[in-house]
Design a protein around this ligand. Structure first.
Ligand code: 7RM
Length: 635
């Protein structure tokens, strides 16, 4: 029996049991039967969560792009690999076949090599959702360079910090990007960032918007002429199973962003296997994930997972609201999309608009709907189910993280019965545990606790770039011999999991993970600000919005409060990006602190969400009196 494609519930339980009882045999069979290897592994798994050290398929050699492209050529050369749907609906879509993708990636790989990129080098990719982004990612993988994609909505500061942290020597960008009606000047953002990035030797610039940009001599090069002159074939580099494939930054609760490192073999096996089952992808289907490739969802489920299965994956450059709120559904109709994967924040935004925008289009091609990024609330779930799925397309509420590389808890459509707001059952090979405050695993059903994973899975991040101690401290010290996710969850009577949200200081706004610390750092740089704390509060579209409590310096002129609010948000926009702007800013005389000096965010969270019936014990605070003041003046 091949366990690659699970088709009914009994089979799920059977395969799950095997994957837990004999994980090495299980993953070995999957790896052997469904991928191409240059050299076989010596050992399937080696792990120690204390160090922590995790190795899958050690000794094996492969190149992920041979699995995502070359091996499909004999059978799928003329099949569409990527459908590119531009921002402007009047501009024709592009259908990039596997044959064409091979050529494009090879040319790009040759360009990178000619420009001095070597195996193991870090290449920053700062591009909008255009085909060159996919080519760049795959070209890096083909030559063995480590890609670090930075979402092209991040500011110069955020970009520079990510470039410097992993010491990239090249950046691939574009002249500009289209987002709805707006044209953004990406190259200018890069130019500003590079003032503080001495390691960058080359800037490759893709032409997209045609706006005027400045090109620095000897450093900046237009990509197109280089591609035109490059050879259209390239021998993929032999990579060791545990060689890094990419770095992707995610916000932490303290300090600078964490560069999560994913490696070649395990990541490939797990993203491909989850993609096949969780979207029930069948040959000929058109699959669309609306995420940006700047996030892990785009890495795993726009590029690697779908392409490893020889799928047709759609890349959308635009936004859900342009030219109007029907755009998603227009694209579904136009390309006859079968699987559609998006985020609750997008669903909530669209659910606020007139239903005509959905009903105007023929959505009968849809078979599976996906959700990712944050808990999907019941109302949004029903709207999605009724109006998009017409009650017949199962919703897969997929829980996972940048750190996990692939989907961890999710229904398998047509296999696992779904329940609104529940991510349901662990995927094959995933062993969750709920932990109590004393650090003990909670057994049984109808319980809640902190979500950990007890056993390694192939696509887990192996380290934080340049900071293995932080990797250990963040994920492996809270609970002995377990990976701690940072999320809380409950397990219901039938063993289904429902994710309740972060238990640390990461706030998820519109599906984007924002650490409180960098935003507070940015606010605190304002000359009038003494100290600040931000918390999330429920927001009907964004899921959470940010509420800032700000202490002003006592010296200096008395400033207009609304102007100050504007300046603070302006500063955040410049340093982090508009996504991190505060919805509410309250000026306070102090912040509730513990005796060890930690801000008691729990109290601020309650005030921000107007849930102040039970404030808990505040007697241990250093300054209990400020709580009353903050509460009284809350916004
Ligand atoms: C894929 C991704 C990770 C955090 C995670 C959760 C939250 C993601 C769900 C979810 C409830 C879901 N990676 N999260 N998916 N919460 N239900 N289906 O989002 O690194 O950017 O974020 O997102 O808190 O820890 S991420």
């Amino acid at each position: 029996m091949s366990n690659y494609h699970i088709k009914h519930l009994e089979e799920y339980f059977q395969v799950y049991r095997k994957s837990v009882q004999r994980p090495e045999t299980f993953w070995e069979e999957i790896a052997e039967e469904h991928f191409v290897w240059r050299k076989r592994w010596n050992k399937v798994l080696d792990w120690d969560f204390k160090k922590p050290e995790i190795k899958w398929f050690e000794g094996a050699e492969l190149n992920i792009t041979e699995n995502c492209i070359d091996r499909h050529l004999p059978t799928r050369k003329n099949k569409t690999a990527i459908i590119f749907e531009p921002n402007n609906p009047e501009e024709p879509a592009q259908h990039i076949t596997y044959g064409k993708l091979h050529e494009k990636v090879c040319r790009m790989a040759n360009v990178l090599k000619e420009q001095g990129v070597k195996k193991g080098d870090r290449v920053c990719i700062y591009l909008p959702m255009i085909p060159e982004l996919a080519y760049a990612v795959l070209a890096c993988a083909r030559i063995g360079a480590i890609h670090s994609v930075v979402f092209a909505g991040f500011s110069s500061n955020a970009l520079a910090a990510r470039i410097n942290d992993c010491e990239c020597n090249m950046i691939i960008t574009s002249d500009g990007s289209y987002r709805g009606k707006k044209v953004l000047d990406l190259k200018k953002i890069v130019d500003v960032a590079l003032k503080t990035c001495p390691g960058i030797k080359k800037v490759l610039v893709a032409k997209r918007t045609g706006n005027k940009i400045s090109m620095k001599k000897d450093r900046d090069l237009w990509l197109q002429p280089l591609l035109d002159n490059a050879y259209a074939d390239f021998d993929a580099e032999r990579m060791a199973a545990e060689d890094p494939l990419f770095i992707l930054y995610t916000s932490g609760s303290t300090g600078k962003p964490k560069g999560m490192v994913h490696t070649c073999a395990g990541y490939m096996v797990y993203t491909a296997y989850t993609f096949k089952n969780i979207f029930q992808y069948k040959d000929g289907d058109v699959y669309w994930c609306t995420a940006d490739i700047g996030w892990i969802t785009g890495h795993s489920y726009i590029i690697y997972g779908p392409l490893a299965n020889g799928a047709t994956t759609l890349m959308f450059e635009g936004v859900p609201s342009y030219p109007d709120y029907g755009r998603f559904w227009e694209v579904v109709q136009k390309h006859k999309v079968n699987q559609f994967y998006t985020a609750p924040t997008a669903i909530r935004a669209l659910a606020k608009e007139n239903l005509d925008y959905v009903e105007k289009y023929d959505l009968s091609s849809l078979r599976v709907l996906g959700s990712v990024g944050e808990p999907i609330n019941e109302e949004a779930w029903h709207w999605y189910n009724n109006n998009v799925g017409k009650g017949k397309s199962p919703i897969v509420d997929t829980w996972w993280q940048t750190e996990t590389g692939g989907i961890m808890i999710s229904p398998i459509p047509f296999v696992t019965p779904t329940t609104p707001t529940y991510a349901t059952l662990p995927f094959i090979g995933i062993q969750p545990a709920l932990m109590n405050e004393e650090g003990k695993e909670i057994s049984g059903v109808q319980v809640d606790g902190r979500l950990c994973i007890k056993f390694p899975w192939p696509s887990m991040a192996r380290t934080i770039w340049g900071n293995h101690d932080r990797y250990r401290d963040t994920y492996f010290t809270a609970y002995e011999d377990k990976y701690f996710t940072g999320d809380g969850a409950l397990r219901d009577a039938v063993g289904y999991y429902r994710i309740t949200g972060r238990v640390d200081d990461v706030i998820i706004v519109s599906g984007h993970n924002l650490g409180t610390a960098p935003i507070e750092d940015s606010i605190n740089e304002h000359p009038a600000v003494a100290e600040s704390a931000i918390v999330g509060f429920p927001h009907d579209v964004k899921g959470n919005a940010l509420y800032g409590f700000v202490i002003l310096k006592e010296v200096g002129e008395v400033r207009d409060r609304d102007n100050l609010r504007k300046e603070i948000n302006q500063q955040i926009t410049e340093q982090i990006g508009p996504i991190a702007k505060l919805d509410k800013i309250q000026f306070v005389s102090g912040l509730p602190k513990t005796r060890s000096g930690k801000i008691m965010r729990r109290i601020l969270r309650k005030i921000a969400s107007k849930d102040t019936s039970n404030m808990g014990d505040i007697s241990t605070l250093l300054n209990p009196e400020v709580v009353e003041e903050i509460h009284k003046n809350s916004l």
